[in-house]
Ligand binder design. Structure first.
Ligand code: MN
Length: 252
């Protein structure tokens, strides 16, 4: 099995090292193509107006001045002679649950693998404020290889990627694996934090507040709150069929 890895936190990310450990449990042929700098939150963006600079860091290790999506295309279509058998995107520093999925460069890396017809996983390690600087990478490293093996054995339909989040606890406190839906957070979590620079000019940061209500049942958020690993299959096709049917009738 030939594995391609990317990581939206960049070529120097500790989670990339964790992902390499995971991949080496599964195969001897591992290729790494990761962005030069942190691309968290870039989602599925593609560099169309700038050239992609490629830097060989070590054997089968490359850095690209681009997005995780650029990296997967560069790896699968250019660097690896034949297409990889598996794409692993992560391990992200921080969970990618609920609406995170739509912003995530990590999920997008797996999405791009799926677009190219390759079985793909996005892997994220949750952390809280207290473990912010030292996420439990060994939790992802311990549980990911077997989980990936079991999902691959069960089968992955074309156009479906698998989003996996590891809970914010050491490996011996993991309560199990939950196959769950993408959750939903309170809307008021996102806000603009206004500040002033040294010359009194305003500037802004997008800021997040803590979740207010308990997570929905059977969701990724609930699984992580219970120290369980969340596994969510995601479709590339975002069509909402019930609404499609309703509009089809209304707009006839
Ligand atoms: Mn990230």
């Amino acid at each position: 099995m030939r594995i391609l890895i990317t990581n939206d936190d960049g070529i120097h990310a500790p989670g990339l090292e964790a992902c390499e450990k995971i991949a080496r449990e599964l195969s001897d042929e591992v290729w790494i193509v990761a962005p030069e700098s942190d691309q968290s939150g870039v989602s599925h963006s593609l560099s169309l107006n700038d050239p992609l600079r490629l830097r060989e860091v070590a054997d089968k290790h490359f850095a690209v001045k681009g997005t995780p999506t650029d990296c997967v295309i560069m790896g699968a279509r250019h660097l690896m002679k034949d297409m990889p058998d598996l794409v692993l995107s992560g391990v992200n520093r921080g969970r990618n649950a609920a609406e995170d999925v739509t912003y995530s460069g990590t999920v997008a890396g797996a999405m791009e693998g799926t677009v190219l017809g390759i079985p793909s996983f996005s892997l994220s390690q949750a952390y809280a404020f207290s473990t912010r600087h030292t996420p439990y990478w060994n939790t992802a490293v311990k549980f990911a290889p077997d989980l990936i093996r079991r999902v691959l054995k069960t089968g992955m339909p074309r156009d479906v990627l698998v989003n996996v989040n590891f809970p914010d606890c050491p490996p011996d406190q993991v309560a199990g694996v939950s196959v769950v839906t993408q959750g939903k957070r309170d809307q008021e979590l996102l806000r603009i934090d206004a500040r002033h620079d040294g010359r009194g000019n305003p500037y802004y940061w997008i800021a997040f507040d803590r979740p207010l209500s308990p997570p929905g049942q059977g969701t990724d958020l609930e699984a992580l709150a219970q120290n369980r690993i969340s596994v969510t299959p995601l479709r590339l096709d975002l069509t909402d069929t019930p609404t499609l049917t309703r509009y089809a009738q209304a707009l006839r």
